[in-house]
Design a binder for this molecule. Structure first.
Ligand code: HGY
Ligand code: MN
Ligand code: MN
Length: 424
């Protein structure tokens, strides 16, 4: 339903979104991969918008762009709102960016309405929420939560650069990560498009996220033998890609078996694969593939990984290759929305005449990491056909403004002390 007289400027939010969307790789819109020059161009644009909204900006040691407005009683702590501005390759215009720009719009609206908060207020564009070229996601929000480890900083990207060096290149500082870890956050709120079909199919205005599925990413290396594609008889081949293909369908079968057994929400995908030497006339010598698994319950994920480790070596051997390595790239536990913050969002929605429902998220978000160090909650807004991580991703201006307005209302409630979250 189209709510009227929202406390945020729908047109201004939409104009920001469409302006930032123009900063993309021209031949595969919408692509603004973290750590790239285009990402930094988007950052520079965001910094200018933050500052024209009266926020003082900085890049913290974790590479996050932070816009800050001091409160009247700084001892109250900091209310943080934000998301991420990096995209997947050929992604959409709203995943992440809607949350960053809605946060900026909320900050402007609070200011324009003379709402002086007791709490400090921060708008944050978190670095590299999407799986980066280094194989790691949520780089900036991990740093804020104190979870960006030295091992992770040693991850190497496709052109040989270490993550720690890339972090420095975008303004972070791996030697000062202890300073990036926060203990002052009173509440973290994130607006995000649902990236699923539920809200649109029901005609519900906003979703209030109670749980975010845990994510485990594993890198499997399959070793065969590179040979001449024209002279090597079929029965003598050790084709790593053939084995990898069998493993991809085995992952799918295992995921279906687990999700059909009612062990809570579970999905697994192989969306990334690198073939060596990747030449038409060479029998593939080796393959590196990444499994992305999501589970509502961590016990289900543990079961998946145990069964995977047990069965995959045989799948490789049956297809003439060897599973030579399984590396855990990341392993993030499921996260919960703070009950009191969720209730504050529901009450804000009610007061605006917005319909809302509680729901789970199969997508990962920066809020997962903030939830380890502070009360955190998310607002979902509908997206057309539930499509995301593709150029067809679409959201309506009024839907995004409604989500931003709910956050606006929840912030006022938090600031006046009307929200007693689980951390007391
Ligand atoms: O992959 C995810 O769940 C998120 O879109 N980064
Ligand atoms: Mn995404
Ligand atoms: Mn996202």
């Amino acid at each position: 339903m189209k709510a009227s007289n929202l406390p945020v400027d729908e047109a201004r939010l939409w104009s920001d979104l469409m302006a930032l969307a123009q900063i993309t790789e021209p031949n595969r819109p919408y692509t603004r991969r973290s750590f790239t020059p285009l990402f930094l161009e988007g950052r520079a644009w965001l910094k200018q918008r933050f500052e024209s909204a009266g926020l003082t900006t900085r890049i913290d040691a974790g590479g996050n762009l932070i816009g800050r407005r001091p409160g009247a009683k700084p001892a109250s702590g900091t209310i943080v709102i934000g998301s991420h501005s990096d995209t997947v390759p050929s992604g959409g215009r709203f995943d992440g960016t809607a949350g960053v720009l809605a946060a900026l719009e909320v900050a402007r609206a609070l200011d324009e309405r003379g709402q002086v908060l007791d709490h400090d207020l921060e708008v944050i564009d978190c670095l590299a929420e999407e799986v980066s070229a280094f194989g790691l996601s949520c780089v900036g929000s991990r740093a804020i939560a104190g979870g960006l480890s030295a091992d992770m900083l040693a991850y190497v990207g496709p052109d040989g650069e270490r993550l720690g060096d890339a972090l420095r290149r975008v303004g972070g500082d791996p030697s000062r990560l202890a300073e990036a870890k926060r203990s002052d956050i009173a509440a973290f709120l994130e607006l995000h498009i649902e990236q699923g079909p539920l809200l649109e199919s029901e005609g519900t205005d906003i979703g209030i996220v109670e749980t975010i599925a845990g994510i485990t990413r594993l890198e499997l290396t399959i070793t065969g033998r590179a040979d001449h594609a024209g002279t090597t008889p079929m029965h003598l081949r050790r084709d790593a890609l053939l084995a990898a293909a069998a493993m991809v369908s085995a992952v799918r079968d295992l995921a279906r078996d687990i999700s059909d057994r009612g062990a809570g929400y579970f999905v697994a995908t192989v969306g990334e694969m690198h073939v060596e030497p990747n030449a038409a006339n060479v029998v593939p010598g080796s393959v590196r593939l990444v499994i992305d698994a999501r589970a509502e319950r961590h016990a289900t994920m543990e079961d998946f990984v145990a069964r995977l480790r047990k069965t995959m070596p045989d799948v490789a051997a049956r297809n003439g290759a060897e599973l030579s390595a399984i590396a855990t790239l990341s392993d993030v536990l499921p996260a919960r929305g703070d009950a009191a913050l969720c209730e504050a969002l529901a009450q804000a929605a009610d007061s605006l005449g917005l319909t809302h429902r509680r729901m789970a998220s199969g997508a990962g978000h920066d809020a997962m990491h903030f939830s380890r160090i502070a009360p955190a909650a998310m607002v979902f807004t509908p997206c057309r056909g539930g499509r995301s991580h593709c150029p067809e991703e679409w959201a309506e201006p009024g839907e995004l403004a409604a989500g931003a307005a709910a956050i606006f209302g929840a912030i006022l409630a938090i600031d006046r002390g009307a929200v007693k979250n689980e951390r007391g």
